[in-house]
Design a protein around this ligand. Sequence first.
Ligand SMILES: [Zn+2]
Length: 96
Amino acid sequence: MCCICSLDIEDLLEVVHIRRWSDNPYNGLNPSNCILLCVLHHKALDKGLIKIEINKVYCIEKVMMSASDSVKEYLLRFHDKRIGNQQLALNKQSRT
Ligand SMILES: [Zn+2]
């Protein structure tokens, strides 16, 4: 299940590094740096439209400038949302 929007279609979920592996290679294998996200939220994170800090989702100003109204509205719906335990999400995925 996506930790942000709760989408639960397995084919649309991906394990994502919160902090990019390229920014800190030692953090790449750190399980606490991984989270399960849907493909939309994964791309939004990779493209800098959202960020995740201290288990909260933040929409970046870039969303307001670059996204269509419907995408902007969807992403803003989760702004300031507290997300659940990342490790639990990964454990759920590995059991399926
Ligand atoms: Zn999502």
